[in-house]
Design a protein around this ligand. Structure first.
Ligand SMILES: Cc1ncc(COP(=O)(O)O)c(C=O)c1O
Length: 451
């Protein structure tokens, strides 16, 4: 991409350090400047239109250009653009949203703590878990288990939970209290001759072995996404959750379900917790909570956890935690309106209706010889490419496919060589076909170029 002097691309390169980019490569190539969006589409500054096949960052559930969210933000801006929830103050939007989330929660929850990003929600969860362990007189119960390839964010504690090397390298992470157990990806993690059912059970055995090796009395919590997202869309094998959860219960380990991607319809139920029969003690939510029109996230805690934390704050005199933007009134008002849209338009029912087409077209991508596996549930999925085809470093082929998709008008995301698809929940059957027609053509371009 040529960067004309003083163009937006050149100024971007001059002044902005970007996330998940190679800064030196970015200096040469610049970034794609997106200007506007409507429905499932976005448009760049040259007027080229793309299907946003990732809903931004797995998040724009109701699509771009939703006027009701703009109006909700405007109304709240005019009335009370900012207030906080510290020191015995509060405001209407945060109250209404907290009540709504407790009402919607798939398992009994007692309180909502608002934060501004998925990372902060998970970070706050860890802090409250440690606070609780101290309150219970169990100061040694501080270790947290998450999974290899899990993604939970990038703040110091959340990045430690994340089980991906690039979130740790040169950041001096993970923190020593965080341990990672087996990723439930059958194809790459199975042992010779191990059936999928045996593998699911063995994941639970691996977890229990880790707990026993570390000392069960030192393990405070287990964090997991119902379906792994940024680790490459890893859908757990049947029986996985049914095997893992009893292990947590056996040793009194809290279960935190990170619903940051799965929450609000993605897997065909309102929460991934319902899709997989989970019984978490805490849940973290973000992304589709406001369709990312405003940064907001939430941590839900059950009553047993709340009671201990409340007692500890009483003993100390204050819960010494809080963000200036916690429960921000504009973000909360937008989230409330967004949830209203999700419910009024029955987007969860819509996901169930269109998911079979999405999953069928995804599976058909597997017919391209470059694809070694497709996996997905609801409106989330990935097609994994074989990097052997290029005999190059993992990720090289994914980058080529990404470029081919983009050139043809589809934004996807390559997680190494796994091409992810996670479109806005409003996508229609015709648009799903449009998305996969482009993906098929893009993959064909890549496979032809290797001949
Ligand atoms: C499952 C999950 N948890 C947490 C996060 C972190 O959220 P944020 O980027 O808002 O900090 C993400 C982000 O992609 C996520 O997918």
């Amino acid at each position: 991409m040529a960067q004309l002097p003083n163009s937006l691309e050149a100024r971007d390169t001059a002044f902005q350090l970007h996330s998940y980019a190679n800064a030196r490569r970015q200096e040469e190539t610049g970034a794609l400047v997106i200007e506007k969006g409507e429905g499932i589409y976005v448009e760049d500054i040259s007027g080229k239109r793309y299907i946003e096949g990732m809903a931004g960052l797995w998040s724009v559930a109701v699509g771009f250009g939703e006027k009701r969210l703009v109006d909700a933000a405007t109304r709240q801006m005019e009335k009370l653009p900012y207030y906080h929830t510290f020191t015995y103050k509060t405001h209407g939007p945060s109250i209404e949203l907290a009540e709504k989330l407790i009402e919607m929660a798939p398992v009994p929850m007692s309180k909502v703590y608002f934060t501004n990003s998925g990372s902060e929600a998970n970070d706050t969860a860890i802090k409250l878990i440690w606070y609780r362990s101290n309150a219970l007189g169990q100061p040694d119960r501080k270790k947290i288990i998450s999974r290899v390839r899990g993604y939970h964010g990038v703040t110091i504690a959340s990045a430690s939970l994340t089980g991906l090397p690039n979130n740790h390298k040169s950041f001096d992470l993970p923190l020593p209290q965080v341990l990672h157990t087996t990723c439930p990806h059958y194809r790459t993690m199975k042992r010779d001759g191990e059936s999928e059912a045996d593998f699911a059970r063995r994941c639970a055995v691996d977890l229990e072995d880790l707990i026993l090796a570390e000392g069960p009395e030192t393990i405070a919590a287990f964090f997991a996404e119902p379906v792994m997202g940024a680790g490459g869309v890893v859908v757990p094998p049947d029986g996985y959750w049914q095997a893992v959860q009893p292990v947590l219960k056996k040793y009194g380990i809290l279960f935190v379900a990170d619903e940051v991607i799965c929450g609000f319809g993605r897997t065909g139920n309102m929460f991934g917790t319902q899709t997989y029969g989970l019984e978490p003690d805490m849940m973290t939510l973000s992304k589709a909570l406001s369709s990312s029109y405003q940064p907001i996230s939430a941590l839900l805690i059950n009553d047993a956890v709340y009671q201990t934390i409340a007692d500890e704050s009483d003993r100390i005199g204050v819960l010494g935690h809080g963000y200036t933007g916690s429960g921000h009134p504009v973000a909360a008002a937008v989230a409330l309106e967004n949830l209203k849209i999700i419910e009024e338009r029955d987007l969860v029912g819509h996901v169930r209706n269109v998911a079979p087409v999405f999953q069928k077209r995804l599976a058909e991508l597997g017919e391209n010889p470059l694809v070694i596996e497709t996996r997905g549930v609801g409106l989330i999925g990935a097609a994994e490419l074989s990097h052997d085809a290029l005999a190059q470093t993992p990720g090289a082929l994914g980058a080529r496919a990404n470029a081919a998709f983009q050139e043809k008008g589809l934004i996807s995301r390559a997680m190494l060589d796994a091409m992810a698809f996670c479109p806005p929940l409003i996508i229609t059957e015709n648009q799903i076909n449009e998305l996969f027609d482009i993906a098929e053509a893009g993959l064909k371009t890549v496979s032809d170029s290797l001949k």
